[in-house]
Design a protein around this ligand. Sequence first.
Ligand SMILES: Nc1nc2c(ncn2[C@@H]2O[C@H](COP(=O)(O)OP(=O)(O)OP(=O)(O)O)[C@@H](O)[C@H]2O)c(=O)[nH]1
Ligand SMILES: [Zn+2]
Length: 346
Amino acid sequence: MLEPQPAELLARARGDLRVGLPVAIGDWLMASVETIRPERLAAMRAAGPLVMGVSGRRAATLKARAYDGDIARIAVPEGADAAWLRAVADPADDLRMPMKGPLSTLRNGDADPWRRGVALAKTAQLLPAVIGVAAAPPPGITVLPADLPLEPPPDEVAAARVPLAVHRAGRVHVFREGLAGEEHYAIEIGRVDRAAPVLVRLHSACFTGDVLGSLKCDCGPQLHAAMAAMAGAGGGMLLYLNQEGRGIGLANKMRAYDLQDQGFDTVEANHRLGFEDDERDFRIGAALLRRMGIGSVRLMTNNPRKLQMMEGQGIAVAERVPLHVGLTPENAAYLDVKRRKSGHLE
Ligand SMILES: Nc1nc2c(ncn2[C@@H]2O[C@H](COP(=O)(O)OP(=O)(O)OP(=O)(O)O)[C@@H](O)[C@H]2O)c(=O)[nH]1
Ligand SMILES: [Zn+2]
């Protein structure tokens, strides 16, 4: 078995999009609008009429009809250049240059390759927009398999003792998700008694909050309060999930922050970019707990989705422990939107 297997092809396709290379999906060659270079765009245009795929969310902002529901296929006009494509994909200048259309969207043909193309761009943490042409793949181009494999369960790569300020007994476990996927960390604090429900926090990476002490969110204070509570209780398990920006990556989160400075709230900003409110898959958290031998938790969260996911994945939630810390004048509106729009609990 020397040929690349489906899971490997998927990982390679994700990398290709980031590099600016097209990948073959169904009968189409598709590249990322964000990373494609002008020469390659010209070569694609020479191969036939161009079509652009965006998410239904982005289509709604563009007032383009999304005949395919969660996806829209936009016919690219003849003279449209890279700047035009970028403006359709990237909301940064929506308010300054509101008129991009009218955009004509396709309704016939198979939308599924486009759905997969946009999903692939999301997992590559790029703007969720792809440009494509109906063409056979030239040699060397990655062909995305029709049936995507189930990602293998997360694998523990390494673990070591790390004494922590909150508790001398700390242990950091590094897990790798799928092939070339994200790394996530499980941090054992104190002595974790698996015979009783374990105090657990699923924390999503927030570079700005965790590291820089940003006042725009409550992540840093939540992280530190959770660690302190675990130390105080004698033991607990912190899962640090690399799901920056609710899964859209730091570049896209900064794009969202820029939109927030233009007056959109955290949910609207994600939508304008073409993302859902929350692109995280919390199942990875349950998988890590299982790997750590934990089946019952006292979960520190205000997010009902985390609770539902745990129960759905067979981890018993013995108790929800609310986590309200770090309120600042700068994040009051953000926390209010989480309560009103995302159903966050008091
Ligand atoms: N896209 C986007 N992500 C944000 C924004 N503010 C914070 N984040 C990200 O949101 C995530 C915060 O996640 P959590 O701390 O798990 O918070 P939560 O989902 O509200 O749930 P609990 O804190 O458990 O109640 C981190 O990945 C942050 O990077 C924002 O305005 N936009
Ligand atoms: Zn944050």
